[in-house]
Design a protein around this ligand. Structure first.
Ligand SMILES: Nc1ncnc2c1ncn2[C@@H]1O[C@H](COP(=O)(O)OP(=O)(O)O)[C@@H](O)[C@H]1O
Ligand SMILES: [Mg+2]
Length: 233
């Protein structure tokens, strides 16, 4: 899971310094005598998986959702718009159609548009693994943080093994975000009927009201990518 917990900040700062250095920028420099705020997009790069670091939300419906969210933002610290309430987005499609690409592309577009954004992204499988009760770990607190995060990406909902416990966790998370109208970007490779069967009626019903739905179709882009270099040999 990627988040803003203090224990991660040292690592993020180190990765940021590395990114800046590789771009020929001195990470310790403070132009004009004051600390230079690192642009949000650059800061986010260290939290976006390498494969999706250049992703663009080029699907028209995803781009439209990004615009709506950006416009609905109310002024945050420094006058830049922050995310308040807004519609959620459900991106459905079979494997390799570009769901994760569009999700990270949407985050990048929002940051690039100057929206001040606290966001977290996790796959459903990682979410359940992180929240599993275990000694020395406050899963309830983590669930609360996820539930309240201004923008949450839940990738591959429905792909993890189902249990009553995963249904309950998903329900509590989605129900809070539904009640508070917090933008949530969900991807799934299930159709609506299968998603309903997997997550339960209560989650599916809320998602269908709170989220705009985008269906990605087309071939598995991973296979298309793989064929290309073989054909070139
Ligand atoms: N719009 C796009 N433009 C360029 N590459 C893309 C695009 N959408 C997906 N890809 C690439 O295709 C592959 C599969 O995309 P991904 O988002 O991981 O699929 P999914 O999450 O639907 O399984 C990845 O290598 C990704 O970088
Ligand atoms: Mg994916």
């Amino acid at each position: 899971m990627r988040d803003h917990d203090p224990q991660h900040l040292g690592g993020i700062a180190r990765r940021l310094a590395h990114i800046l250095t590789t771009r020929g920028i001195d990470p310790t420099a403070t132009p004009d005598g004051g600390p230079e705020p690192v642009p949000a997009l650059l800061a986010a790069e260290s939290r976006i998986p390498a494969r999706y670091r250049g992703a663009t939300a080029d699907h028209p419906a995803v781009a439209a959702w990004v615009r709506t969210i950006a416009e609905a933002g109310r002024p945050g610290p420094g006058g830049a718009p922050g995310i308040a309430q807004g519609r959620s987005l459900l991106i459905a499609g079979t494997t390799g159609t570009g769901k994760t690409h569009q999700a990270y592309g949407a985050i990048r577009s929002l940051l690039g548009a100057g929206v001040r954004l606290r966001w977290k992204a996790t796959t459903a499988a990682d979410l359940y693994a992180d929240l599993r009760p275990r000694p020395g770990h406050d899963g309830e607190r983590e669930l609360r943080d996820l539930a309240r995060c201004p923008l949450l990406v839940i990738d591959d909902l429905g792909a993890a093994k189902y249990s009553e416990w995963t249904e309950e966790i998903t329900m509590r998370l989605i129900n809070h975000r539904y009640n508070e109208m917090l933008p949530t970007l969900v991807t799934t490779n299930l159709g609506m009927a299968d998603l309903r069967a997997h997550t339960g009626d209560r989650v599916a019903s809320r998602l269908s009201e709170m989220a705009d739905k985008v269906i990605l179709d087309g071939p598995d882009r991973r296979r298309a990518h793989r064929r290309h270099p073989v054909a070139a040999v």
